[in-house]
Design a binder for this molecule. Sequence first.
Ligand SMILES: CC(C)(COP(=O)(O)OP(=O)(O)OC[C@H]1O[C@@H](n2cnc3c(N)ncnc32)[C@H](O)[C@@H]1OP(=O)(O)O)[C@@H](O)C(=O)NCCC(=O)NCCS
Length: 169
Amino acid sequence: MRWWDIPGVLALERELFPDDAWSEATYWSELALARGPGRRRHYLVAEAAGGTLAGYAGLGVAGGTGEVMTIGVTGGHQGAGLGGRLLGALLDAAAGPFACHEVMLEVRVDNERARRLYQRFGFARVGVRRGYYQPGNHDALVMRRALPPGGSRTPVHSEGTEGGAGEDG
Ligand SMILES: CC(C)(COP(=O)(O)OP(=O)(O)OC[C@H]1O[C@@H](n2cnc3c(N)ncnc32)[C@H](O)[C@@H]1OP(=O)(O)O)[C@@H](O)C(=O)NCCC(=O)NCCS
């Protein structure tokens, strides 16, 4: 994901997260952390044929722990494996260049599809954050996936991602 992707990502945000879409300013500051020698973010986009935005995902890293910051696939492209490819790409980045020993995430308890996706990729529930999502006061499950010690460039996800999601560092 680069700065010129932001308008398309914001449109997808409003589609997928109508109650708590991230702002343009948030994406600019997140992408600023994704550049340079001390970078601690990794954001990518997936484009459909013709270049329209089909999905996006982001990883944050602090102290050897990765965090799935966001992941989304537009309605017309859901259920075809793209979410899995995006999540796999985040895990590869966490295990490889960022040398994380674990990846964490939060997911709304009623988000069945996302929970199934995370479980398929080896995430296990480690806790609950009551009222984490506002408005609505929805609880979040906290999930964790351990990564091999020492980091690895070998794919660590459980589904094929050969060819991967589109990415521009
Ligand atoms: C969660 C989300 C990212 C998943 O994206 P996706 O592209 O639909 O994910 P996948 O296609 O990899 O997997 C979804 C389903 O499609 C199925 N699938 C994957 N590839 C498939 C294929 N080639 N053919 C048929 N089905 C397939 C998966 O088995 C999975 O089925 P399940 O939901 O019954 O377990 C997407 O639903 C989304 O953007 N949701 C709204 C935003 C959101 O909630 N984000 C997560 C916040 S924590």
